[in-house]
Design a protein around this ligand. Sequence first.
Ligand code: SF4
Ligand code: SF4
Length: 188
Amino acid sequence: MKKFGVIIKEALPTLGKKPFTILYPFERVPVPEKLRGKPVLDTEKCRGCKVCICEKVCPAEACKKITIGDEVERLAFWYDRCVFCGECAERCPWGAVSMTNEFELAAYDIESLYGHPEFPKSEEALEYIEKLRERKRMKQQKAKEAKAAKAAQEAKEAKPTQEAKEAEEEKAPENKEAAKEQPKEDEQ
Ligand code: SF4
Ligand code: SF4
């Protein structure tokens, strides 16, 4: 009842006001101009540098320089991993990467979050995807093993305490006997 009073108290001042929420995705609010959304590559500007600094600085392993066709090397993105930090755009010495304010990247298929429409899914890219997946699997496996090891360690530590308690309980009658005999010895 108290909570109902609180709700009424908060609701009353908003009566007659327009709703704050909108019917997304049918209605939209303009996004800030500097919103960091999907990074994109300008293929004209990308020089396929021997050491791609964008690839090096990416904290999420979301971009990698891949070979397309025979010799062309370009930066490709894995948007399912991208954290939209903007490091690649900031560090590319040739200004080939820019951040757009496109943020609606939800997809049914993880594969569709790969790269750039202009890039084919090269063997190298597919290998890289597989490598990332394998690394994720290994990480999950390690976490699972670590959890199991911790549980086993905790159980091991708890066991001696239990054993000690049981031993104590076993000794208890003997101790009582000893306590009874003690005064007799003292009397002598
Ligand atoms: S994205 Fe920039 S740093 Fe990376 S290969 Fe292209 S031009 Fe070089
Ligand atoms: S925005 Fe950040 S996470 Fe995404 S590709 Fe660039 S460096 Fe990597």
